[in-house]
Design a protein around this ligand. Structure first.
Ligand SMILES: Nc1ncnc2c1ncn2[C@@H]1O[C@H](COP(=O)(O)OP(=O)(O)OP(=O)(O)O)[C@@H](O)[C@H]1O
Ligand SMILES: [Mg+2]
Length: 252
C-alpha cells in the first residue's frame, strides 16, 4: 500500500501583503489526517501564511498545493470545489453578530448544500452539539463567552465536512481548562472525521498535546527556522529559536 498523499504542500513559497514580503523560502508538506502547528512571535506572519495556504490570499511567489491541486493556478469551479473542502476559523472567530449560532452554521450549508431546510437545520444542530453548544444554538454571538465563540467558529469551519481545517489561534484568551477542552475537541474531530488540521497557537502545552508537526516562522531571517515534531522543538540543538520559543528561554 502506498503512503497517504500530502494534502498540503508548499515549495519556496513567499507570502506577504501588496509588495511587502513577510516570509519567503517556505517549503514543507503535511500528510492527510495530521495536525500541524504554525508557531512564532506575534506579527511574524502566521495568519498571513494560513490565508495563503488556504487559498484566501495569493502568495507572492513559489507554489502551494491543496489536495494535490495548485490552487493559485486553478480557477473557476475547480478552485471553488477545493475551497469547499477546507474550513477556516479566523483569528477572533468572526461570527456574524446578527445571526444566532445555529444560523451562523447554517449559512455555508445553505449556500453549498442542496438539502432541504429541515435537514440543514438538523445538520447545524449536530455540528453545534459536537462542539458542546447544543444548549446555546439560539444565542447570538454577543450572548456567549469567548471560549464558546471559538467552539462555534470551529463548528462553522466544520459545516461542510472539510478534509482540512485552518484554525487561527483557537485557544487564545481561554483559561487552561477551556483550552484543554478545545484541544480534546480538535483531537476528537481528527479521530472521528480524519480531518487534517493546520492551527496557529502560542500555547506550548496545547501544541504538545495536539500537534504532530510544527513549523517555526523566524522573523529575523524572514523564513522558517525549523520544521519537526513538537518534541524535537523541546530539544536544544535543533533550532535555538524554536527551542527558546518552546521553553520560553531568552536568547540574546
Ligand atoms: N491586511 C494586511 N495588509 C497589510 N499588512 C498586513 C495585513 N495583515 C497583516 N499585515 C502585516 O503582515 C505581518 C504579519 O502579520 P500576521 O497577521 O500574519 O502575523 P501573525 O504572526 O499572525 O501575528 P499574531 O501572532 O499577532 O496574530 C505584520 O507585519 C502585519 O502588520
Ligand atoms: Mg495572527
Amino acid at each position: 500500500m502506498s503512503a497517504p498523499a500530502d494534502i498540503l504542500t508548499c515549495a519556496d513559497l513567499a507570502i506577504g501583503h501588496g509588495q511587502v514580503v513577510v516570509m519567503d523560502r517556505l517549503s514543507f508538506s503535511l500528510a492527510a489526517g495530521k495536525i500541524l502547528a504554525v508557531v512564532g512571535p506575534s506579527g511574524c506572519g502566521k495568519s498571513t501564511l494560513m490565508r495563503a495556504l488556504g487559498g484566501l490570499d495569493e502568495p507572492l511567489g513559489g507554489r502551494s498545493t491543496l489536495m494535490g491541486v495548485d490552487l493559485h493556478a486553478t480557477h473557476g469551479e475547480e478552485r471553488a470545489a477545493i475551497l469547499r473542502r477546507t474550513g477556516f476559523l479566523f483569528q477572533g472567530a468572526a461570527l456574524f453578530s446578527s445571526l444566532t449560532l445555529r444560523e451562523n452554521i447554517e449559512m455555508p450549508m445553505r449556500e453549498f448544500l442542496a438539502a432541504p431546510r429541515k435537514e440543514i437545520r438538523q445538520l447545524a444542530e449536530y455540528k453545534l452539539s459536537l462542539v458542546g453548544l447544543a444548549d446555546a444554538m439560539d444565542k447570538l454571538p454577543s450572548e456567549i463567552s469567548g471560549g464558546m465563540a471559538k467552539r462555534a467558529g470551529i463548528a462553522r469551519a466544520m459545516a461542510l465536512d472539510p478534509d482540512l481545517i485552518f484554525l487561527d489561534e483557537p485557544s487564545a484568551g481561554l483559561d487552561p481548562m477551556s483550552s484543554g477542552r478545545l484541544d480534546e475537541l480538535i483531537l476528537r474531530l481528527r479521530e472521528a472525521f480524519g480531518t487534517t488540521v493546520v492551527l496557529v497557537s502560542h500555547e506550548v502545552p496545547s501544541i504538545l498535546r495536539t500537534a504532530d508537526f510544527c513549523v517555526y516562522l523566524d522573523p529575523d531571517t524572514g523564513t522558517m527556522g525549523a520544521y519537526g515534531s513538537p518534541k524535537s522543538f523541546l530539544q536544544a540543538g535543533n533550532s535555538p529559536k524554536a527551542h527558546a520559543f518552546f521553553t520560553q528561554a531568552r536568547i540574546d
